[in-house]
Design a protein around this ligand. Structure first.
Ligand code: PLP
Length: 429
């Protein structure tokens, strides 16, 4: 299978090359030349298949030539090292809990898969590779954990000082070994700008092999399609759920659309946003009109220019009617999100994090008569303790499994919001 660039369909790159490069040079995104309907043949036996096995069938056509079958199976076993339960919240509404991984968020799936692919491609290479990641909180932890102790790979995470939760900070800065945490005196955009400058810096790139673990990488994007099979593992092939996905960069929901095109009988999608609602507005008006980013309590979705928007177009050949027939937008304020957290706990005894709250409510409001559905729980509420404490007016008790993170020692290196300081740090290591 070849991958082309959403800006240039004449490019044909291998899986390996696309993973290593992360982004095509023309600044588009890599996209597969075809989407085989590889899951339809499995549907009659899906309730007895494991997630790694379903994942193998789904991903084999994409990585077939570059990763031997045994290795792909091993990578998938290690990726799905945790449970992904489907939990009933109320009649006809289930939560797909992607929150039981090492960093308690769905990004663990993509990060673990990508880390293992890159590590496999690094085997036998003399030169170590340095992965640069800028994070507003969740991505950095998942990537750091996914790459922890993997030989031949160093990770440098840049995070904004004082702007991530204490738990998130220890997931980034509490690991050590091959993970370096740079605590930047600035905001997320400043971190991202420094990473971009590094990729454009020839002097640095001649000196160091740099790579990125951003969500635009196909090895982070594609494996996210796999867990959309969980509702069918539970309810069988006749289930036709509406699936609601709390969305920011639109990687997760576009991977869901790929899962549907691969044969899963998903009825349609709802994409929930916070105040950063550029895609819901587009789906209503057909006009793509980005506005400056607004900070919200569901901050992993504070994205004003979603990079996977171009993949939405690629999935539907830019046909607006087809897009809107399959995906509906929804947007929710912080006040609305807080009251959903309060009400869902009171009515269903189910605690939602601010992102999953948007997924839950967009599903409840979007379901039509005789429809049922699933919303993706994208993070465990304990990652957003401060927001939840404020919404509920009482202190949330942290679950025991957070102990192993909260007892880590923070090991960060503080740097100014200054590219030269960042660069000399990289050059000296
Ligand atoms: C990253 C993230 C999202 C948004 O996912 P996209 O793939 O960027 O749309 C939603 N919720 C949580 C908790 C996240 O960390």
């Amino acid at each position: 299978m070849k991958f082309y660039s959403t800006n240039d369909t004449s490019i044909g790159t291998s899986f390996k090359q696309a993973v290593i490069e992360s982004l095509p040079k023309d600044n588009g995104l890599y996209f597969p030349e075809e989407i085989p309907v590889s899951l339809s043949g499995l549907l009659s036996e899906i309730t007895s298949l494991s997630l790694p096995e379903i994942g193998f069938q789904l991903l084999k056509p994409y990585c077939g030539q570059d990763i031997p079958d045994d290795k792909l199976r091993e990578i998938l076993e290690e990726t799905f090292c945790f449970d992904i339960p489907l939990v009933k919240v109320q009649e006809g509404v289930h939560s797909l809990e992607l929150t039981h991984g090492p960093t308690f968020a769905f990004k663990d799936v993509g990060a673990r898969f990508l880390a293992r692919c890159l590590s496999f491609f690094q085997e036998g290479e003399d030169e170590e590779v340095t992965i640069l990641v800028a994070t507003s909180g969740d991505t950095g932890g998942a990537v750091a954990d996914g790459f922890f102790d993997i030989p031949g790979i160093n990770v440098v995470v840049l995070y904004p000082s004082g702007k991530v939760s204490p738990l998130q900070e220890l997931q980034i800065a509490g690991l050590g070994k091959n993970i370096t945490a740079l605590e930047v005196d600035g905001n997320f955009d400043d971190c991202q700008k420094m990473v971009k400058s590094a990729f454009l810096d020839d002097e640095l790139r001649n000196r160091k092999k740099l790579s990125s673990a951003n969500s635009i990488n196909i090895a982070r994007w594609l494996p996210q399609a796999i867990y959309y099979a969980v509702p069918f593992q539970n309810f069988g092939q006749d289930y036709q759920p509406v699936i609601s996905v709390p969305s920011g960069n639109y990687g997760n929901v576009t991977a869901g659309i790929l899962a549907k095109k691969s044969g899963l009988p998903i009825k349609r999608f709802i994409a929930g946003s916070n105040a950063n609602d550029v895609v819901p507005r587009y789906l209503r008006t057909q006009e793509f009109d980005p506005k400056p980013t607004i900070p919200t309590i569901s901050n992993a979705m504070d994205v004003s220019l979603p990079s996977n928007y171009v993949r939405l177009h690629a999935l539907y050949g830019k046909n607006f009617q087809e897009i809107t027939a399959e995906i509906e937008g929804y947007a929710m304020s912080d006040a609305g999100t807080r009251s959903v957290i309060i009400d869902c706990l009171a009515q269903s005894n189910y605690l939602l994090d601010p992102h999953s709250a948007i997924g839950f409510q967009s599903l409840v409001d979007g379901l039509k008569e005789n429809e049922s559905g699933v919303f993706l729980s994208t993070a465990h509420p304990c990652k957003f303790k401060e927001v939840i404490d404020e919404a509920l007016g009482k202190e949330m008790e942290m679950p025991d499994f957070t102990d192993s993170v909260l007892t880590r020692k923070k090991r960060s290196i503080q740097i100014k919001n200054d590219y030269d300081e960042f660069k000399s740090f990289l050059m000296s290591t």
